[in-house]
Design a protein around this ligand. Structure first.
Ligand SMILES: NC(=O)c1ccc[n+]([C@@H]2O[C@H](COP(=O)([O-])OP(=O)(O)OC[C@H]3O[C@@H](n4cnc5c(N)ncnc54)[C@H](OP(=O)(O)O)[C@@H]3O)[C@@H](O)[C@H]2O)c1
Length: 328
């Protein structure tokens, strides 16, 4: 089959489409998908550079999500049928014509969404739902601060939190401020020139953020704790600002606050299946009725995979960059 291969870690130029990659097979409890499209995630760029290896047992082909058609069922899979159009959360393998995935990570395509766009939903919906709602327990009326609001994760987090009646603040590049406001952010702080601690506190009359969804890691850790409200929760999901930061416990303790850090990719299939089930129940209806839109910045062919990675690493994109696998 055709798939993207990386022989040596490096820049986008190391991504190559090969025609002779071995076909995966659906093992017990798995499903084989004929991939229609996949989407680029920031983690893919780290894997390409050799900094984010796949978890044990996962495909070493890049790609954390896809859409497509069920091509075969492994032993014991009953709730799906050959020919079903679906999208899936993957531990790897999405940049290929076929991928095998545990059946619990396969979801129906939300009503009203085309199959190419559906490639860009699973990773953002599962990451945002599992962290902001399941882990941090965001509820109506809470203040959520989303860092990087114009990216794939950020665009989804703003809309989902707004749909659940939270007040949403976000950091973003100045050129994306209006885009973030249109998604539902009540406050947009320019991450290059603004002071998100001061601005969020002012916007909330001193309350601060009940939940912070953080992509920056070490660079933002002290300020994320500073901006927290009493009983607030920071959830670190990315380390774009480095892995190490200083945490002054005397700022955390009086607020009875907490700092969490999670990674979706390495979680056991049973946990991912639970997340997917909750996403289908709680997020899919919002996508189907248009309250949450998966904004696709661009759709490129698989042969343009290097250009897709370059665009993500250059920054300034809004929402998702999709790779059309079978249309290219
Ligand atoms: N832990 C997990 O399970 C998990 C799962 C999925 C994603 N993630 C992480 O979530 C993050 C977002 O992923 P993605 O795929 O959505 O990537 P993405 O689309 O590239 O989004 C990254 C965002 O970060 C913004 N940004 C850059 N510098 C910033 C700064 N100093 N302050 C605030 N924002 C800044 C970028 O804005 P500009 O484009 O304007 O530069 C961009 O909007 C990544 O760190 C990724 O590794 C984690």
């Amino acid at each position: 089959m055709r798939a993207v291969v990386v022989e040596e870690p490096g820049g986008p130029e190391v991504l190559r489409v090969a025609d002779d990659v071995a076909e995966p097979e659906a093992g017990p409890g798995e499903v084989l998908l004929e991939v229609r499209a996949t989407a680029v995630n920031r983690a893919d760029t780290l894997q390409r550079r050799g900094m984010y290896p796949p978890p044990p047992g996962a495909s070493d082909i890049i790609g954390l999500e896809c859409s497509g058609t069920v091509a075969a069922l492994g032993e014991g899979v009953e709730h799906l049928a050959v020919g079903d159009e679906v999208c899936a959360l993957l531990a790897g393998g999405g940049y290929a014509e076929r991928v095998a995935v545990p059946a619990g990570q396969v979801m129906p395509v939300p009503d009203g969404v085309d199959l190419v766009t559906a490639a860009g939903i699973a990773e953002v919906a599962c990451t945002v739902w599992s962290n902001v709602f399941m882990r941090a327990g965001l509820t109506a009326g809470d203040v959520l601060l989303v860092h990087g609001g114009s990216g794939g994760i950020g665009s989804c987090a703003i809309q989902l939190a707004a749909a659940y009646d939270a007040r949403v603040a976000t950091t973003a590049g100045a050129a994306s401020a209006d885009y973030c406001r249109d998604l539902g952010a009540g406050l947009v702080v320019d991450y290059r020139t603004g002071d998100f601690v001061a601005e969020v506190k002012e916007w909330t009359d001193g309350h601060g953020a009940d939940v912070v969804l953080d992509n920056m890691g070490g660079a933002y850790l002290p300020r994320n704790v500073d901006v927290l409200a009493t009983e607030g929760r920071v959830v670190v999901i990315g380390m774009q600002g480095g892995a190490k930061g200083e945490l002054d416990l005397s700022t955390l303790l009086p607020k009875r606050a907490s700092v969490h850090a999670t990674s979706l990719r390495g979680r056991p299939p049973a946990e991912k299946a639970e997340i997917c089930a909750q996403v289908v129940e709680h997020v899919w209806p919002l996508i189907s009725d248009g309250r949450v839109r998966i904004h696709v910045e661009d759709v490129l062919g698989l042969d343009d995979v290097a250009r897709a990675h370059e665009r993500m690493e250059t920054g300034g994109h809004r929402g998702k960059i999709v790779l059309d696998v079978s249309g290219s």
